[in-house]
Design a binder for this molecule. Structure first.
Ligand code: ATP
Ligand code: MG
Length: 417
C-alpha cells in the first residue's frame, strides 16, 4: 500500500503542492518529492543565512578607544560611563565572535544611574547610531505585567527583531537599552502593583537568558499570527534610570556604618550628591525597590554625575549637533547669523542648574529667548535684510529682545569707516 500512495504523491511537489509537468523537474526523496523551483528557493535561503553569518564574522568592530572617541563627539563629560559602555560593547562582541566553550564568557549587563538630563538616553542613542548591530531602545514605563493593559516584556524583543530586519540570528546578539528602569521599582505601599515586582520578574527572564516566545504582534488586542523563538542569552542589556532618592538610601547606609568611628571619617553630611551616586551598591537598589535576583543580573553599576556650569556651556556649544549649532543653522537658512555672547551662555547654564533639569532645560531656555525673533524674522527680512541676531545676557535673564543688526546699517557703518 505505501508504494501506491507514494506513486500518487509523486505527481505533486511536497513543498509547494504543484503538480508534476513536463517542464518542471522533480527530485524524489524516501517519501516526498520536491520540484526544481523549490530546490532553488531553498538554496537561496541557505546562501542568505551563510552570508549573514559571514557578515557578522567580518563585521568591523571598533575598539573601545574608537567607540569612546565617537561618543565624545556627542556626549560631554561622563567619561566613566563612556569608558564602561565602550568596553562592555566591545567585550560583548568579542564574546560572540569567539564562541570557544572552554571558558564560559559571561556578558556584563550595565546599569547607568544619573540625574535627569545627564546624558543617559543620549548615550544609548549615540551608541545605537555608531554600531552596525541590532539595537533596541525601550522605555519600560509602558510595560505592565502580562494580562494587564500596557505592553508585555516580549514587545522589547519584538522591537529588537524588527531592528534586525527580522533576522533572529542577528537579533540574538543585539543590544537592548531599557530606559527609565527606576520606574518599575516595587512600591509596596500601593498594594497590587502591576508595574513593579511583576514586571521585574518578567524582565528577569530576558536578563537571565532564556528562549522566549515572541508574538509577532506587540498589541494584545491584535490577533497573534504566530511567534518567534528568540534566545536572549547573548543579548546585552544596558539599563538606565535617574533613581531619584537613591542618594538618601546611600547616605543613611554610610551614616549608620560610620557611627562609632573616629573623627577622621568624612562626615556624611559632607558627601555631595555626586559622591553618594558613585557609592551606590547593589543592596541600595534592592532597598529602592528591586528584586535581589534582578539586580544580581547587572554586574556593573555606573554613575553619571550632575552637570556643572562649565559642562553645560560646553553642551550648548561643543557637540557636533549642539543646541546652539542647531539654532544657528535655522537662522542660516534665513541668511542671518546668530550669536550668543559668553555671558548669555553662562546665564543659560545658571538657570538650568537652578531648575535642576540638567542639560534637559537648556533647549527650553533658548527656545523662549528666541521665540519672538523666530516669529518676526521671516517678515522683517522682506523689508530689511537682517545680518545678525545677537543674544546677550539680558535676553536670557530679563526677557529683553535680542539685538537685530540690519545689513543696510552694517554696510553704511562699513562705508563710513
Ligand atoms: N552629557 C551630555 N552631553 C551632551 N548633551 C547632553 C548631555 N546630557 C544631556 N544632554 C542633552 O540633554 C538632553 C536630555 O538628555 P538625556 O535624554 O540623555 O537625559 P537623561 O539622562 O536620559 O534624563 P532622564 O532621566 O530625564 O531621562 C539631550 O537631548 C542632550 O541634548
Ligand atoms: Mg532618559
Amino acid at each position: 500500500m505505501p508504494r501506491k500512495a507514494t506513486k500518487d504523491r509523486a505527481t505533486y511537489c511536497s513543498f509547494c503542492g504543484r503538480p508534476k509537468a513536463n517542464n518542471l523537474r522533480f527530485i524524489s526523496g524516501i517519501d516526498a518529492y520536491i520540484c526544481e523551483d523549490c530546490v532553488k528557493i531553498a538554496h537561496e535561503i541557505l546562501l542568505d543565512e551563510e552570508k549573514t553569518k559571514r557578515e557578522f564574522k567580518t563585521f568591523n568592530l571598533p575598539t573601545p578607544n574608537e567607540i569612546k572617541a565617537y561618543l565624545d563627539q556627542y556626549v560631554i563629560s561622563q567619561d566613566l560611563a563612556k569608558k564602561v559602555l565602550s568596553v562592555a560593547v566591545y567585550n560583548h562582541y568579542k564574546r560572540i565572535k569567539n564562541p570557544k566553550k572552554d571558558v564560559e564568557l559571561e556578558k556584563t549587563n550595565v546599569l547607568l544611574i544619573g540625574p535627569t538630563g545627564s546624558g543617559k538616553t543620549l548615550l544609548a542613542n549615540t551608541l545605537a547610531k555608531l554600531l552596525d548591530v541590532p539595537f533596541a531602545i525601550f522605555d519600560v514605563t509602558s510595560l505592565t505585567e502580562s494580562g494587564y493593559v500596557g505592553e508585555d516584556v516580549e514587545a522589547i524583543l519584538l522591537r529588537l527583531i524588527q531592528n534586525a530586519g527580522g533576522d533572529l540570528d542577528r537579533a540574538s546578539y543585539g543590544i537592548v537599552y531599557l530606559d527609565e528602569i527606576d520606574k518599575i521599582a516595587y512600591k509596596p505601599t500601593i498594594g497590587r502593583d502591576v508595574s513593579g515586582e511583576g514586571v521585574q520578574e518578567e524582565l528577569l527572564k530576558l536578563l537571565e537568558g532564556n528562549t522566549v516566545s515572541v508574538p509577532m504582534k506587540s498589541n494584545k488586542k491584535m490577533l497573534e499570527q504566530g511567534s518567534f523563538q528568540l534566545d536572549t542569552s547573548d543579548i546585552l542589556f544596558i539599563l538606565g534610570g535617574a533613581f531619584v532618592g537613591v542618594e538618601d538610601i546611600v547616605r543613611n547606609r554610610i551614616g549608620s556604618t560610620e557611627m562609632g568611628f573616629k573623627s577622621n571619617v568624612k562626615d556624611v553630611t559632607q558627601y555631595t550628591y555626586n559622591d553618594l551616586l558613585s557609592l551606590v551598591e547593589p543592596h541600595d537598589l534592592v532597598k529602592y525597590g528591586f528584586l535581589p535576583e534582578f539586580i544580581g543580573r547587572i554586574p556593573l553599576i555606573v554613575p553619571l554625575h550632575s552637570l556643572g556650569k562649565a559642562e553645560l556651556i560646553k553642551i550648548l556649544t561643543e557637540p557636533r549637533n549642539s543646541i546652539i549649532k542647531q539654532y544657528q543653522r535655522f537662522f542660516e537658512m534665513e541668511n542671518t547669523k546668530l550669536t550668543f555672547t559668553d555671558d548669555a551662555l553662562e546665564a543659560i547654564a545658571e538657570i538650568s542648574i537652578e531648575t535642576n533639569t540638567g542639560a534637559r532645560g537648556l533647549r527650553n531656555i533658548i527656545e523662549k529667548s528666541l521665540l519672538e525673533t523666530m516669529f518676526k524674522l521671516p517678515t522683517i527680512k522682506i523689508e530689511k535684510p537682517v545680518e545678525e541676531v545677537i543674544v546677550d545676557k539680558e535676553v536670557i535673564t530679563s526677557g529683553k529682545e535680542p539685538v537685530i543688526i540690519y545689513t543696510d546699517n552694517l554696510r553704511r557703518r562699513k562705508k563710513s569707516l
